[in-house]
Structures are given as structure tokens and as C-alpha cells.
Ligand binder design. Structure first.
Ligand code: SF4
Length: 380
């Protein structure tokens, strides 16, 4: 009887069947699938065939490769690595030179592989700003994409051009989807992307034979379907008008909202608050720094410490405030104000704006987070 790859992985790496099944259930959860779909995932990962992968790096800092190598939840990473066959990855492969190029050429010729791309592609001067083995990134990408089942762009550079595309963009950097237009493509944005989302995307592809549902930017909805602000552990402080005003102040020590320190959580869509980084240990906002919006196009132009203006009305505009107004009124009066807030949006909005801009006795006029115009350079 043939022992399947995943089962071999369990045996060789000391994974129990229980851990393997737990991983499959966790993947179903990450993909926002019903728990019953974990059976399909088990069957897909138990298949003996390993899916080949070609991983290309262009204009990048290798941060996404670092994230991949440090993929947390070791059972997940190890199982997936045993299900995939990484045929070509310049940073981690043992082969080099002509041997490496031959391995890639053979994989491309056979087809049936997943292409992972990290880094942007320079188009100026016929692409001479990024050459590997005497060939331009343009040439290498077009060849590798030609026979791929699907393309997975990882990180801000590959998905939206990243820092290399920042003005004045001297190399003419573009994203993968600007060049590859005839293949299924998914963008796992972020700087770096989160390896949990790569694992989940690959598991989805192996289980269902297709890429997961995506938004208009080709980002998977399971990872980019929700606003960071709506799942943030500091959200209660935002609603209460409790904002950090200065790094290291009392509010900062108490874990208040980082909106006024430039947090872009309200205009950024990513599952960071749920999956976090480094084995789920923490994430930027959890560590005390505002979100810089790294999974959104052109985030590098926003200004990390510039306050984002909101386009949409969110609590406490439409909800009753969680605190009594500073001018004390009776509990009965507060309840009446709260009730009215749900009905009279305009009046409640004015009260909320007042509450937000006057937090912690700060009488100075501050930029309201409830502006309705598009943020300059930080549009959604
Ligand atoms: S503004 Fe930032 S820190 Fe504040 S609740 Fe939203 S995401 Fe969290």
C-alpha cells in the first residue's frame, strides 16, 4: 500500500493524525468555509501527487521569502511544504547556475505548476534594471507564466508595484497583474504578505482546483474582505473617543486607539487582527504602532503618520455613544440621547464628531475622523 505524502509527513515529522486534522479544520476556518469542508481539505492534502511551484523574485527586499521561511504554525507549513514541490526558488534552492535554470525549464515545459512571484517588474529601458542570468524580469515572468496553472503574487511589490513604484518610479516598476493578463491571478498583498494566507490559498487551490473568491483588486476575500478597523482590539477606544496623542503617553500605555497617530486601519482591508504574525503572537497595532495600510495600493504615498479621513459613517455616528458626554447629564437623559442617536443620524453625527475631537480634555480643534471626503492619497 502506498503511503501518501501527507501521511509520510505526519510520520517523519512526528505529527499526529489529530494535529493534521486540526490543521485542516483551521484552514477551513481561515478560508471562511463551513467546518464540514475540512473533510475535502483532508482528502486534497492526502493525495500522493505534489504540486510543483516556481517562485520568482524580482525588485524586492526578500521580505516575503523571509516570511515564507518563518511561516508560523509549523504543522501547517511543514504539511504544505510536503504537499508542494518547490522546484525553483532562487533564495532557498540548493541548486544554482545552469542546474537551477534547467530545473525551472523542465518544470515550465511539463506545465501543471503554480507560479509564485515576489517583487515588482521594471519596464523602463526595456527592463534592464532587473536582470537574472542575462535575461530581464519581463522575459522571465512571461515565460514562467505561460504554462502555469495560476499565478500567486505575494507582497506589496508584486501585487501593486510596492516601494519600487513610489514616485518618481525611476525603473518604471509595475505589478505582476499589469503584465500577466491571461492567467488566473491572486494578489496576497501586504509588506510582507502573511504566509498563513499563502497556505490557505494553496490549500483552497488543491482542494477545489481554483483560486478563492476575490475582490476587484484580485485579493482573496477570506483575507481581505474585512476592514482592519472593524476587527481591531482597540476599536472600543475609538468608539469611546480615547486616542493616543503622543508616543509613550498614558493612552499609549493603556492601549488606546492609534487613529490620531496615523493608523490606517479604517481604510485598510486585511485579516491581520485575526491571524496576526509570528505564530499569532502579535501584529503592528497590537504592538503599539498604527497600521500603515501596507495591503492597499499606493499606501507608501499616504504618509505613515498622516491621519486618514474616513469616507463612511461608522459607529459612534450611528450607534449610541459608549460614554456619557463630558457635560454630565442624568442616566435617563443619556439613554434618551442614545435613543435619539439611532434615529437622528445628523444630530448624533455632530455629537460624535464633538466627542472624537474633544477626547481627554483636549480643547484644540483636531481633524475629525468622520470627514466624508476622500482621504488625500488614502482613498479606498
Ligand atoms: S484606528 Fe487603528 S488602532 Fe484605532 S480602532 Fe481603528 S484599526 Fe484599531
Amino acid at each position: 500500500m502506498t503511503v501518501s505524502t501527507a501521511k509520510r509527513a505526519e510520520i517523519e515529522k512526528g505529527l499526529s493524525r489529530r494535529e493534521f486534522l486540526k490543521f485542516c479544520t483551521m484552514m477551513a476556518g481561515t478560508l471562511a468555509l463551513p467546518k464540514s469542508f475540512s473533510k475535502n481539505i483532508v482528502m486534497a492534502l492526502d493525495a500522493p501527487a505534489r504540486t510543483p511551484v516556481i517562485w520568482l523574485e524580482f525588485q524586492d527586499c526578500a521580505g516575503c521569502t523571509e516570511a515564507f521561511l518563518r511561516a508560523s504554525r509549523p504543522t501547517a507549513a511543514e504539511v504544505v511544504l510536503d504537499v508542494l514541490s518547490i522546484d525553483y526558488h532562487e533564495t532557498i534552492m540548493a541548486a544554482s547556475g545552469h542546474l537551477a535554470e534547467e530545473a525551472k525549464a523542465m518544470t515550465i515545459e511539463k506545465g501543471g505548476y503554480l507560479l509564485v512571484v515576489e517583487g515588482s517588474i521594471p519596464m523602463e529601458e526595456d527592463g534592464i534594471y532587473c536582470c537574472i542570468g542575462g535575461r530581464t524580469a519581463i522575459d522571465i515572468l512571461e515565460e514562467a507564466a505561460s504554462n502555469a496553472l495560476a499565478v500567486i503574487a505575494v507582497g506589496s511589490c508584486a501585487t501593486f508595484g510596492g516601494i519600487p513604484k513610489a514616485a518618481p518610479n525611476p525603473t518604471g516598476a509595475v505589478s505582476v497583474m499589469d503584465l500577466v493578463t491571461d492567467k488566473p491571478i491572486v494578489n496576497l498583498s501586504g509588506c510582507p504578505y502573511n504566509p498563513v494566507n499563502l497556505t490557505a490559498t494553496v490549500v483552497h487551490f488543491l482542494t477545489f482546483g481554483e483560486l478563492p473568491a476575490m475582490d476587484e483588486l484580485h485579493r482573496p476575500l477570506f483575507a481581505h474582505g474585512a476592514r482592519i478597523h472593524d476587527n481591531c482590539e482597540r476599536r472600543g477606544h475609538f468608539d469611546a473617543g480615547k486616542f493616543v496623542k503622543k508616543w509613550g503617553d498614558e493612552g499609549h500605555r493603556l492601549g488606546w486607539c492609534l487613529y490620531e497617530m496615523g493608523c490606517k486601519g479604517p481604510v485598510t482591508f486585511h485579516n491581520c487582527p485575526a491571524v496576526r504574525y509570528n505564530d499569532g503572537a502579535s501584529w503592528p497595532v497590537g504592538s503599539g504602532h498604527g497600521c500603515i495600510g501596507c495591503s492597499e495600493p499606493d499606501f507608501w504615498e499616504w504618509g505613515a503618520y498622516k491621519t486618514a479621513k474616513l469616507q463612511e459613517i461608522t459607529p459612534p455616528i450611528s450607534f449610541a455613544p459608549v460614554q456619557l458626554p463630558e457635560a454630565q447629564i442624568s442616566p435617563a437623559g443619556a439613554a434618551a440621547v442614545g435613543g435619539l442617536a439611532g434615529l437622528a443620524i445628523g444630530a448624533a453625527g455632530a455629537a460624535a464628531i464633538n466627542q472624537l475631537s474633544k477626547s481627554d480634555g483636549d480643547d484644540e480643534e483636531t481633524e475629525s475622523p468622520t470627514e466624508t471626503e476622500s482621504p488625500e492619497g488614502a482613498g479606498e
